[in-house]
Design a protein around this ligand. Structure first.
Ligand SMILES: NC(=O)C1=CN([C@@H]2O[C@H](COP(=O)(O)OP(=O)(O)OC[C@H]3O[C@@H](n4cnc5c(N)ncnc54)[C@H](O)[C@@H]3O)[C@@H](O)[C@H]2O)[C@@H](O)CC1
Ligand SMILES: [K+]
Length: 474
């Protein structure tokens, strides 16, 4: 099933290309007019009438600003424009500027401070470097800011802040959100977020080779339960466990069970007695790993939570030799940090930023590209965990997940996530989709679990999260 267009996140460069391709059907001037109208309308809905100053840059972002100023004036708001620089003559932005007949004031901190509301139409998709000091000081002087397309200073492709960016109360973008609207630190600057339809022919989105999606149900589909479902069709998750940190493997097992695995088995060797004191529905094996792998129904293996690097060295190569679908986390990532090649053959890894940096080097400001590059390098799906999580596949696909809660930042929560992804794999989902689904379910459980859950509390919400994901994804 193709991934839905409605979840695509085009880069600013792809949006520029889209405008060029759309030109025959809809001229830029028309799109600009609709964009400016959408901004004026959103401001009218969000704010009571007040004195507005629109800060216009020289490009099309500024063009949208002139149009918004014209419509706001027609709606009865006192509006002035301050131009950083005039648009290039004969450009669409210049034509929009000519149609605004209201007052012009200097581009200065004093004027920005006097206005009740400042509209940032300085730079949007065209931002190519950090804004100059005069731009920053004018935006800093504003009391309340609405951004057109993107707050000036945020890189729409990466969410990085170039120099500085205003804290906005409202951001209005067009057609589709961009990666920078979903990635921190930029995404924290948007305030309320509106994506307006300006009538761009949607089919063009398919021609641009966009490989980034917002992680929502519909991007993937979790198999629902059917009357014919049985334990093994729901899937078996197997977990390698060690003696020194048994809690981690138990948390993964609990997450796997709570998110709907048919059967969860822990392979603990001589440490089995410690695990047998745990949940009664958990099967604990003490046999040799090689013997356990004779059971072909045990396709999905989690390796890493609660394991020392030495224990990983004893288990992971055996799992890979047996051609199992392996999800590597925690101890496996420490073992791999000495040599990432060791992880080749695993289906997915789930590093937080520290683990990612030890494996591949610090990701820098463009985490999206770094995650993609890492996935290509080890030929496995990389789930780069954080307040926003990036799920990158070796074929270039990437999803950005912002469906989460800071409450998830608690010890053991990552082990739960590994278990949930294990269950999605065991249900037969392809690897990237399973990882995306697992991350969303984990986020949904975190949102449902209140402000201060511990990792174990998430389990109680995973079943409802799965039901919601199935309903939303239909
Ligand atoms: N499909 C869409 O999404 C549409 C987008 N439109 C608008 O078009 C905008 C993009 O327009 P442009 O490509 O003209 O780009 P901008 O208006 O963002 O920037 C214009 C130019 O400013 C210069 N510049 C970039 N960073 C600078 C810096 N830090 N200091 C000084 N100069 C700098 C660059 O030469 C850049 O090309 C979007 O943000 C959006 O507001 C609409 O007008 C029409 C439809
Ligand atoms: K802007």
């Amino acid at each position: 099933m193709p991934h839905p267009r409605s979840l695509l996140l085009p880069t600013p460069a792809q949006c520029g290309e889209m405008d060029r391709l759309a030109y025959k059907a809809v001229p830029i001037a028309t799109l600009m007019d609709r964009a400016g109208w959408a901004v004026a309308r959103a401001i009218r809905l969000h704010f009571t009438p007040c004195r507005v100053l629109v800060l216009c840059g020289p490009g099309n972002n500024g063009g949208d600003g002139y149009v918004a100023a014209r419509y706001l004036a027609q709606m009865g708001s006192p509006v002035a424009v301050a131009a950083l620089a005039e648009p290039r003559s004969d450009s669409d932005a210049a034509k929009a500027a000519a149609l605004f007949k209201g007052p012009r004031v200097p581009f200065s901190p004093k004027e920005a401070a006097r206005a009740d509301l400042v509209v940032d139409a300085i730079f949007g998709a065209g931002l190519s470097r950090a804004p100059e000091e005069n731009v920053v000081s004018v935006l800093k002087a504003a009391q309340r800011v609405v951004a057109i397309d993107m707050p000036t200073g945020i890189d729409g492709a990466t969410g990085a802040i170039l120099g500085d960016a205003p804290d906005c109360e409202l951001t209005v973008t067009f057609v589709r959100p961009k990666p920078g609207h979903k990635l921190l630190p930029g995404s924290a600057k948007l305030g309320d977020f509106v994506c307006a339809d300006i009538g761009e022919p949607q089919g063009i989105l398919d021609q641009l080779g966009i490989q980034t999606w917002h992680n929502e149900p519909g991007l993937w589909h979790i198999p629902p339960m059917t009357p014919e479902s049985y334990k093994y069709s729901r899937g078996v998750v197997s977990i390698c466990a060690g003696g020194s940190m048994p809690g981690a493997a138990r948390l993964s097992a609990a997450g796997a069970r709570a998110s709907g695995a048919g059967l969860v088995r822990i392979s603990a060797g001589e440490n089995a007695p410690a695990f047998r004191l745990g949940a009664p529905g958990l099967i604990v094996d003490d046999g040799e790993l090689a013997n356990l792998l004779q059971d072909e129904r045990r396709k999905i293996w989690i390796c890493g939570p609660g394991l020392t690097p030495d224990e990983v060295a004893e288990t992971l190569p055996i799992l890979l030799k047996a051609e199992r679908i392996v999800l590597a986390d925690a101890g496996a990532l420490t073992w791999g940090a000495e040599n990432p090649e060791r992880l080749k053959g695993v289906a997915a890894i789930t590093p937080h930023i520290g683990e990612f940096s030890r494996l591949f080097g610090k990701p820098g400001e463009d985490r999206l590209s770094a995650a993609r590059e890492a996935a290509r390098k080890i030929n496995a799906v990389v789930v780069m965990k954080g307040a926003d999580t990036i799920i990158a596949a070796p074929d270039g696909r990437a999803a950005i997940n912002d469906h989460a809660s800071p409450a998830l930042a608690t010890a053991g929560s990552g082990d739960t996530l590994t278990g949930v992804i294990g269950t999605m794999l065991a249900a037969g989902m392809p690897v990237w989709e399973a990882c995306c689904a697992g991350v969303w379910l984990h986020g949904e459980a975190g949102l449902r679990a209140g402000d201060w859950p511990i990792a174990e509390d998430l389990d109680a919400h995973l079943g409802a999260a799965r039901t919601k994901a199935i309903e939303l994804g239909l």
